[in-house]
Ligand binder design. Structure first.
Ligand SMILES: Nc1ncnc2c1ncn2[C@@H]1O[C@H](COP(=O)(O)OP(=O)(O)OP(=O)(O)O)[C@@H](O)[C@H]1O
Length: 321
């Protein structure tokens, strides 16, 4: 794992402008962004401090990509203010202190990994040494391979390396571990933690809620362009009350739904999952009524359960626009 000293801080003059207890690396202040009649962000505010790893979570169309594109200076808001390191995100200084690993990254397939690193390093005033980038992104042995000939996971690692080339203070990671095997995924998690330990701010989007759970210092759940809740992953998990009882039982769903404190009953392959506030009382009742009951597990809510509960529409599904 990389250590914090791999990422020396930027010049003391620029660092002093935004470090300190109330420092803000990225800021969206009361931002509204519309695309025609669609309001993608609605009076949305969001702040990212040094050392934070923040995950934006939201169903499709919630406004996550719009928030990231605003911070990258790719689009402008209809109302509100956007700043990166205290500057307009389009400002050259803000851009050279920002690194992004995006899904849609267009990287020349005919360049070799080392050539790509050299090219990207040339964009920045104070890039990390090439060998550090290769080590951090686990690209040893791949330096002479064409980008177009890399596997999905190797491409992701290369894109991560390119995102950190400029020794950025703010890093955008959009679905960074897609296509990676478990070992590479964990290695990248370690590197993200190292970035955070070195005071860098990381904005992460992911569909793997486990990834948000292990990495994020703060999760911001957004839906329909507004924040619906934010906190540590544990705070978010606590927002769903009740625990889940999983077992194989002959008791029918309608009966289980009538037991005290039960809020949900659903089939999960051969088993049933019952969500209840007073899980022990419900289990006791079920065991008394069904001597064949087997495979009993009591699960605490996962971040995914909280996310689904928080963003569920009136019929239990996600809002469609
Ligand atoms: N260029 C565009 N033109 C028109 N509408 C757009 C454009 N970009 C986004 N939208 C709309 O704005 C809303 C927010 O989109 P956005 O891409 O920010 O959501 P998201 O949370 O990133 O979704 P996903 O998880 O599907 O990527 C959606 O309703 C989307 O259809």
């Amino acid at each position: 794992m990389a250590t914090a000293d791999v990422y020396p801080s930027q010049s003391s003059i620029s660092a002093a402008a935004w470090t300190g207890p109330n420092a803000t690396v990225a800021n969206l202040h009361s931002v509204t962004k519309k695309y025609g009649k669609t309001t993608a962000l609605d009076n949305f505010s969001f702040r990212l401090a040094p050392g934070e790893v923040v995950t934006l979570l939201g169903p499709n169309g919630a406004g996550k990509t719009t928030a990231v594109r605003l911070l990258l200076g790719l689009i402008a808001p209809n109302a509100g203010a956007v700043s990166v390191l205290g500057r307009d995100p389009r400002d050259a200084d803000a851009r050279t202190r920002t690194g992004a690993m995006l899904q849609v990254a267009r990287v020349p397939e005919v360049l070799r990994v080392r050539e790509l690193i050299d090219l990207f390093r040339s964009y920045y005033p104070q890039p990390l040494p090439t060998k550090e980038i290769v080590r951090i992104a686990k690209l040893e042995g791949l330096e002479n391979r064409l980008f177009g000939k890399l596997s999905g996971g190797q491409r992701q690692r290369t894109l991560f390396g390119l995102a950190i080339c400029g020794n950025p203070d703010l890093v955008f990671l959009d679905e960074p571990t897609t296509g990676m095997d478990i070992e590479s995924r964990r290695a990248l998690w370690d590197e993200v933690r190292a970035l955070s330990a070195a005071g860098k701010a990381v904005l992460l989007t992911t569909h793997y809620l486990e990834e948000a759970d292990v990495l994020a210092t703060r999760v911001v759940v957004i839906n329909r362009g507004k924040t619906i809740c934010e906190g540590t992953p544990a705070d978010i998990r606590r927002r769903v009350s009740g625990r889940r009882i999983r077992c194989v039982t002959q008791l029918d769903h309608a009966f289980l739904a009538t037991l005290p404190t039960v809020s949900d009953v659903r089939q999960d392959r051969e088993a049933v999952i019952v969500t209840a506030e007073a899980a022990e009382d419900v289990v006791r009742e079920m065991l008394q009524r069904d001597r064949t009951l087997s495979g009993l597990e009591i699960l605490t809510p996962a971040l995914e359960d909280a996310f689904l509960a928080l963003t569920a529409g009136p019929k239990g599904g996600h809002h469609e626009r």
